[in-house]
Design a protein around this ligand. Sequence first.
Ligand code: URA
Length: 436
Amino acid sequence: MRAVDLIVAKRAGAELSDQELEFIVNGVATDAIPEYQLTAWLMAVCWQGMSFREAAKLTDLMAHSGTILDLSEVGPTVVDKHSTGGIGDKTTLVFVPLVAAAGLPVAMLSGRGLGHTHGTLDKLEAIPGFKTNLSTDRFKRQLKEIGMAIGAQTKEFALVDGKLYALRDVTGTVESIPLIAASVLCKKIAAGANVIVIDVKSGSGAFMRSDKEAIELAEMLHKIGAKLNKSISCIVTDMNQPLGIAVGHTLEVIETIETLKGRGPSDLLEVCLSLGSLALTKAGRARHDTEAREILSDVLHSGAALKKFKELVQAQGGDARITDDYSLLPNAPVKYPVVSHQHKSLWVKEIDGRRVSSACNLMGAGRMKQGDNIDLAVGVEIKAKVGDQINNGEAIATIYGKSAEQCKLAAGELEKAYAFSEEPVMGLKLIKKALN
Ligand code: URA
């Protein structure tokens, strides 16, 4: 077989056989297929799509490109959660200690920044000393010791996803339902959990811009899971504005801690509680949503979830003092307000997450090419969300940057993210659909 023939076949819309997909996945694992050919193949998949059989086979092959963890020693039930990617999405950072504090072990393989989204692993690395490259032994040991672990794709774990993910990030080949489904699910299969909940984001800041596409992705995740003997539950959530108020690695860690202290934004908390409730009811820890929310609310307000977060940080080498002293996190010295210059009072209609992200990326928060260092300190705090009324001269956001020039550049981009209306605007519906 030759890679070039498989690129041409996919470009023409052909369905690849199991053997052909195996050739590609092996070629990634062994570096036998160069990145320029892989990129061409990924782009052909973005345009031509995949049949359900191809997507399921690709998922299975990618999962088996590394170790599949057997977590039976950890307990009968282990939870995992994933998001398909959005702006300001720090749900995992809250979800893991919250659900672990409720007594369920949580094993997660997460990702770095992808396309316009910032990644969970990068956010965690804003915590001084925090390590995400866990060996399979350490991952399992930590799960047994403290009931939670967040790891990265490594040579041992989901090897092929690690390589394709980094390549897709910088080659415009993220937005493809089968590629996203295979990338998400191979990590969930490798991490070995048996209660898996997925947050499928829908809207301008997500990879799936419409509810129709997001539901299609959720259905594909569900169906591939069923074929590969993994029960997958999804909720489709809104991403027509950033989640919470913080966008940018350090700011999102701070917002996580504030949420665990009971002072977080209501939309972020609601997504965490919805996913947490789904996990607790699926695992049999709660009989129904009301009971699950009571348990989660108790561990949040008693401080147990925050204590779990500190344990997680410590176990993965991080400095847990950050929970009491935010100055230990990477610091952006300049705070720059972005104010409304409209001549009258208006309502916020939409906040385009991609623009918010590119404002952050203009300050160095995203990678331009593989292996780039990113600036973990810079970011944006959203002051006005959809439905809020804004008067002339009021702040719509604050930019955290390294210099006033950098902040001004980001402010220009951020202003374009906002759309206003002269009429009052309703807040957005956060949870759009659930698929159990
Ligand atoms: N998250 C992943 O792990 N992979 C994708 O392709 C998108 C979101």
